[in-house]
Write a protein that binds this ligand. Sequence first.
Ligand SMILES: [Zn+2]
Length: 338
Amino acid sequence: MMSVALLAWALPTAVLTLWLLGIFRAQLATDRLVILAFHRFVRTDSPDATHSDSEPAWVTEEANFEEQVAWLAREGFTAIDLDGLAAIRSGQSPRPARSVIFTFDDGYASVADIAAPILMRYGMTGTIFALLDPDAHSRDLIRGKDRFLQPKELRALADVGWSIQSHTVTHAILTELPDAQLDWELRESAFCLHQITGKAVHHLCLPRGGVSNRVIECARRLGYRTICGLGKGTARFSSDPLQLPRLSPLRHQGGAALRWMLTPVGATIEIALARLKVVPTRLLGARHGYRLRSWLYRSPLRAVFGPRHVKRTALALVAVWFVLGIWTLAHVGAAGCP
Ligand SMILES: [Zn+2]
């Protein structure tokens, strides 16, 4: 009976260990590419009514961002954009020793006001995945807190070296759209952004976790060369350009947290947790997965599963699991003694 219990413990443990080792091994690659994802920004010293755990991954504090950028600059990271990635992949440009791509989803005014001046101070630029006509849900989320960048502001950023790329027209969950509307979202956003900035639009960020083979195929057919979406983690220059993973520092994380996140062990933990976190989205679809996550972050359960605490919870569960294993092993040993 006890050996059955031991087997029930050992098998999942072996699968989990192999899974983690696979992620860890990928973090040792020498062609790692760090793609960071941010949304909106707040001044660290300003009273901000939204300072809650309900949006820790969608808000970044100015001082924490400055710490991250300063650390990356000190460590010799070169900021490139997605066109730069394509040029390096095709051999047209040399690969810097360490590369980072800063991406900013949705195109909030706070990116221009807070993040851009910091990056400029370090001689870096970023990529904005802009929305052209955000839907009511997206507008409501930031009402009274921020606003979307206007076309002339996007052009001004493009003129000083920023890359302005597509996040669709309305921020729709693309997997829910019929083919014609999906086609329109991707085609129209590239066309309009090109009209605004005068520069090519070849890169797409999928809104709100709406990813499927149909969406990726449509984007590829329309000429998009890279896609960022749901995947979390460090990318490689050899990664599939149509499924580029990114890392999202949380609101309270500064330079030290980013440094840890980029170590092989730190990256492994981040990626493992991120892959577990998307399970509800995979099972329930993007809309219900998003609702469940939003509810979880507002409910009392956020003290256990909220983004600030989930790492601690996962480590506690792993510790309990191993104690259980040792206890089972000890009893099997005791039962086996003459
Ligand atoms: Zn978005």
